[in-house]
Design a protein around this ligand. Structure first.
Ligand code: CO
Length: 219
């Protein structure tokens, strides 16, 4: 086996031993089930590991990561994670955490063709279009990219609120807060954008959904 890969397995063995030595019940407790309070939706970027940068322990974060931390409302993967986190685990907070220097966001700002991924980046380009007046007025490319990262996170927070899953939780008075954060790779600090969604009132009325659909009875 390639040396660098076997190193990961060696690290894992020593980690497991260390954990068990520190707390003999550590793995038994985790094996009993999970009840995380947080759903983390972050970028796949290797420099933004959710648990490491937040000091979270195993069992504390339910995690979904994709390129540029997108909430695409027809993405079965995202919807399944969201549904399980909200309806079964009943997480209290959803954190959308973007990051400055995001390759996905920067690629979406440009016109270069990359392949299949261009179809994913389209969702980010749509965010640019919603905010083109503000973004086009920023002449410095780096400043514009940073602002685009923040606006992208803001839109994903709103997109979560638009989902039937989140709206039904709010209807049931389930405590569920959505937060937008941006991590800075250059200094390791998370910037809380203070954009949040806690009720349908945070969304344009066109996105409000009435009560859950009634089950259709087959005669
Ligand atoms: Co990224």
């Amino acid at each position: 086996m390639e040396k660098s890969i076997s190193k990961l397995l060696e690290n894992n063995k020593s980690w497991a031993i260390r954990k068990k030595n520190n707390d003999p019940d550590f793995f038994n407790d985790l094996a009993n089930g999970q009840s995380p309070d947080y759903l983390w939706i972050g970028c796949s970027d290797s420099r933004v590991p959710a648990e490491v940068i937040t000091g979270a322990k195993p069992g504390e974060l339910f995690v979904h990561r994709n390129i540029a931390n997108m909430v695409v409302h027809s993405d079965m993967n995202l919807l399944s994670v969201l549904s399980y986190a909200v309806e079964v685990l009943k997480v209290k907070h959803i954190i959308v955490c973007g990051h400055y220097e995001c390759g996905g966001v920067m690629a979406a700002m440009g016109n270069k063709q990359y392949g299949l991924i261009d179809n994913w980046l389209r969702h980010i380009k749509d965010v640019y279009r919603y905010h083109h007046k503000e973004l086009d007025s920023i002449s410095d490319t780096n400043t514009r990219a940073r602002r685009f990262v923040e606006l992208n996170v803001t839109e994903q927070v709103r997109d979560l609120g638009k989902s039937s899953i989140v709206q039904n939780a709010w209807k049931k008075k389930q405590s569920l807060h959505i937060h937008g954060w941006v991590y800075d790779i250059k200094d390791g600090v998370i910037n809380d954008l203070k954009v949040s969604a806690t009720s349908p009132e945070d969304l344009h009325a066109v996105y409000h959904l009435d009560n859950e659909i009634e089950t259709v009875k087959v005669k």
